[in-house]
Write a protein that binds this ligand. Structure first.
Ligand code: SAH
Length: 240
């Protein structure tokens, strides 16, 4: 489902920054954390400003590329600069408009799960804790089945994520995790920009072993391509 401008805090922040070169605070609420904010200028990062795991994903991307949840189009623009062929999708109508204005040649307001998009891609990118789009552990099946539809034979996914285990570390180095509760990387978020409050949503951060376990259930192999500086990593997923 697409997000309309009146319910789209991140899209509003992206649109304002694009128009004026500045933005107000993009606030993030979660029942699990203190209030936080997303620096809007970072959503407009250039290739040089990107973390190494994202640069790596862009370098490895080949053939027809699908950038899922493309936001301001930062990755799509960098790929175009490298001479690569990219389709950028996002459920935020505002963001897609900004991508178009910034020069992303093929940007579409489409939900990843909308099966009317019936093309296939050689590389599928999900970046900036891209595993979040899976939503929760129950979303794994739906995600991998959709990836199967969208990937060409021999194609692959590059997705980044973080292991949130460090949030549960005690002073003695042990971890206290409630194993009867939800998976520890499941986070609920709600964003606000000026007067615009978004609908709360689930965003899944996942450790590599758990990702790999579920990937296997759906016929995918997972591999760590590289690790970031803070429990984050880039995974490659493909069907052997
Ligand atoms: N990849 C961008 C933006 C990350 S924020 C960057 O790295 O800067 C996540 C983006 O995913 C948001 O723009 C949100 O609108 C989009 N999104 C969330 N669910 C989606 C879905 N089901 N299909 C397509 N885009 C989605």
């Amino acid at each position: 489902m697409l997000i309309s401008p009146d319910k789209d805090p991140m899209g509003a922040a992206i649109a304002e920054y694009h128009r004026t070169g500045r933005a107000s605070t993009l606030r993030v609420f979660s029942s699990q954390f203190d209030e936080d904010e997303i620096p809007v200028d970072q959503l407009f990062r250039t290739y040089e400003e990107m973390p190494q795991i994202e640069q790596q994903a862009l370098t490895l991307a080949r053939g027809r590329i699908l950038d899922v949840g493309a936001g301001s189009g930062c990755h799509a623009l960098a790929l175009q600069d490298m001479g690569k062929e990219v389709t950028a999708i996002d459920i935020s109508e505002l963001s897609v408009e900004v991508m178009r204005e910034r020069g992303v040649r093929d940007s579409r307001a489409v939900d990843l799960y909308d099966e009317r998009m019936a093309e296939q891609f050689d590389t599928i990118l999900l970046l900036m804790n891209g595993s979040g789009i899976i939503g929760n552990i129950e979303g794994m099946g739906r995600f991998f089945l959709r990836m199967k539809q969208l990937l060409t034979p021999g194609g692959c996914i590059y997705m980044d994520s973080s292991d949130l285990k460090y949030l549960f570390e005690e002073e003695d180095g042990s971890y206290v995790i409630d194993i009867a509760g939800d998976y520890y990387g499941l986070v609920d978020f709600q964003m606000q920009y000026r007067q615009i409050k978004g609908t709360p949503f689930d965003w899944l951060y996942i450790d590599f072993d758990t990702l790999s376990y579920y990937a296997k259930q759906y016929g995918f192999t997972a591999q760590i391509v590289c690790e970031g500086e803070h429990y984050d990593y880039l995974a490659k997923l493909w069907i052997e």
